[in-house]
Design a protein around this ligand. Sequence first.
Ligand SMILES: Nc1nc2c(ncn2[C@@H]2O[C@H](COP(=O)(O)OP(=O)(O)OP(=O)(O)O)[C@@H](O)[C@H]2O)c(=O)[nH]1
Ligand SMILES: [Mg+2]
Length: 203
Amino acid sequence: MFKIKNAKFITSALNITKAPPDSCYPEVAVMGRSNVGKSSLLCSLTNNRKLAKVSQTPGKTRLINYFLVDDAWYLVDLPGYGFAKVSKAEQERWSRSMEEYLAERRGIVLAVLLIDIRHDPKASDLQMLEWLRQRSYPVCVVLTKADKLSRSQMANNVRRCAKLLNCSADELFPYSSANGYGREQLMAFLGEILAEASVPLTP
Ligand SMILES: Nc1nc2c(ncn2[C@@H]2O[C@H](COP(=O)(O)OP(=O)(O)OP(=O)(O)O)[C@@H](O)[C@H]2O)c(=O)[nH]1
Ligand SMILES: [Mg+2]
């Protein structure tokens, strides 16, 4: 079974030019709307509640945060998009800097897109997924906050979401950072991706 033994914060970067050297480690990039539960997912996967700052205030994570896992791969917490309370100009700056990041960062082996399981994907989620698909990124969609729904509501929403995202239900990972639901499945998937990852080492 794929396991995470330790994870440590490496650095925060405002944009790709400030990021640590590319392709030294394979990267799993976590993205999604503000407040969807990206930082919570990182804490849950690594079993470290203090690893990434979780906040009830959307827009908390404004930098690209790098966490080195088991000295072998990066978990990357990207700034959330679609946060209404920041100015249009700032939202556009974020979205440009994220697109630039995803377009240029060669070490990314998986894009993990988070969507709140309680709500239909928003236009910004569909746009992000479309964008990732066009660039042939390996993508997985994690449906967060699964603890907020009953099992039958969860199953319904997974089916509905699969339809809206034009994918099959088993490409979606319902997940709860609050009670660990779905953690095993997601970890197994990460294990498969990382086992296949061959990132050229650059000095
Ligand atoms: N019940 C429940 N609450 C969750 C879960 N995941 C996150 N939350 C809550 O949702 C809020 C936002 O969580 P964060 O992990 O900070 O979200 P984020 O996507 O990193 O947000 P930004 O950094 O602002 O983009 C916090 O109040 C979390 O406690 C979950 O699985 N279940
Ligand atoms: Mg965050």
